[in-house]
Design a binder for this molecule. Structure first.
Ligand code: SAM
Ligand code: SF4
Length: 344
């Protein structure tokens, strides 16, 4: 870890370096908090209050923030939500973001329900990479985890993304004890048979550190144990992307699998990301409550720039999800936003 750098040293350098020497070149943008699914680990079953459309950042506002971010060294974007494909005109927004000087890479995370008819248009708008969330390959179980989702539509979306030439295609699987842990073998097999990157993700306590989380949380060590039990030879591989995943290939497989284990083994030392919520708050860390209202700056790009530095200046060294699991007290206050409001 580098020496501590203060806000005043950073302003004017044109680089997003925080107090711990971490360079930030990656922005995750939630374009809506709305969703056409209600995944168990992401949203409550009922009583979700979605933002009025007036509270959502407009295309123009998002483009302005990204223009400033790109001047400060942000090179990569991820479009997420809520479900990004329910935002009207999402392909126009993607096209506008991709045209901003400095932006080199853009990807999207989607539940895939609306992807079949949109993949081609999104690809033409400049989206080259996509992550599709599929927590179960069994239709009945998929419907339970997503509270009503239709797996066949998501699989159609997956095929359409492939046909449109998106690559690599990543499949996000949140592993949940007692729900889908018995599908680890099926997902590993999928990474052998198809050129997908299956990313196993630990269930995180974002906006809810309750018993549901503690009971369903599963450390990802389980996946490597299964590889050993199944006699798979695995080797580390590099996969294009910006994330903290540790990636492996099963020898002879067409694809790969990744492990994202924020709770059992945090990767904060290598954190390169900031987040923008759908209502225009800049979040230095997914876990903590601190956030900065970008919309207050109006069209003043200098003020937005300063906000980026303020966000970096208070970014804590790490999250404390593991402490939450052990019931220990935390150094700051965790966010009350749910994942659907931050974007993952
Ligand atoms: N609706 C899109 C989707 O589901 O892919 C994008 C938004 S979703 C919030 C982004 C990612 O966060 C998804 O892969 C989802 O599975 C994951 N996610 C949501 N809540 C989570 C939680 N509590 N712990 C870990 N991952 C979570
Ligand atoms: Fe919607 Fe994605 Fe959250 Fe599932 S994980 S409820 S699809 S935002």
């Amino acid at each position: 870890m580098g020496p501590l750098v203060s806000l005043s040293e950073n302003i004017g350098t044109g680089r997003l370096v925080d107090r711990f020497g971490r360079v930030h070149d990656y922005l995750r943008i939630s374009v809506t908090d709305r969703c056409n699914l209600r995944c168990l680990y992401c949203m409550p079953a009922e009583g979700v209050q979605f933002m009025d459309s007036g509270r959502l950042m407009t295309d123009e506002e998002i483009v302005r923030v990204v223009r400033v971010a790109a001047r400060l060294g942000v090179r990569r974007l991820r479009i997420t939500g809520g479900e990004p494909l329910v935002r009207p005109g999402i392909d126009r927004l993607i096209e506008a973001l991709g045209a901003i000087p400095g932006i080199e890479d853009m990807a999207m995370t989607t539940n895939g329900v609306l992807l079949a008819r949109r993949a081609e248009r999104l690809r033409r708008a400049g989206l080259r990479r996509i992550n599709i969330s599929i927590d179960s390959l069994r239709p009945d179980r998929f419907a339970v985890i997503t509270r009503g989702g239709d797996l066949s539509r998501v699989l159609e979306g997956l095929k359409a993304a492939e046909r449109a030439g998106m690559s690599p295609i990543k499949i996000n699987v949140v592993l949940l004890k007692g729900f889908n842990e018995d599908e680890i073998d099926d997902f590993l097999r999928l990474s052998i048979e198809k050129p997908y990157v299956v990313r196993f993700i630990e269930y995180m306590p974002i906006g809810h550190e309750d018993e549901t989380w503690k009971n369903a949380y599963l450390p990802l060590r389980r996946v490597l144990d299964r590889c050993e039990e199944l006699g798979y030879e695995i080797e580390p591989v590099q996969v294009p992307g910006n994330g903290p995943a540790e990636n492996w290939r099963i020898r002879g497989g067409l694809g790969a699998f990744g492990l994202i284990h924020p709770v059992s083994e945090h990767f904060c030392a290598a954190c390169n990301r900031l987040r923008l919520t759908a209502d225009g708050y800049l979040k230095p860390c997914l876990y903590w409550q601190e956030e900065f209202n970008v919309r207050r700056c109006g069209g003043d790009e200098k003020a937005i720039e300063e906000l980026f530095f303020r966000a970096l200046d208070i970014k804590p060294e790490r999250h404390e999800m593991a402490e939450a699991l052990e019931g220990k007290s935390r150094s700051h206050t965790p966010t009350v936003r749910r994942m659907s409001q931050i974007g993952g």
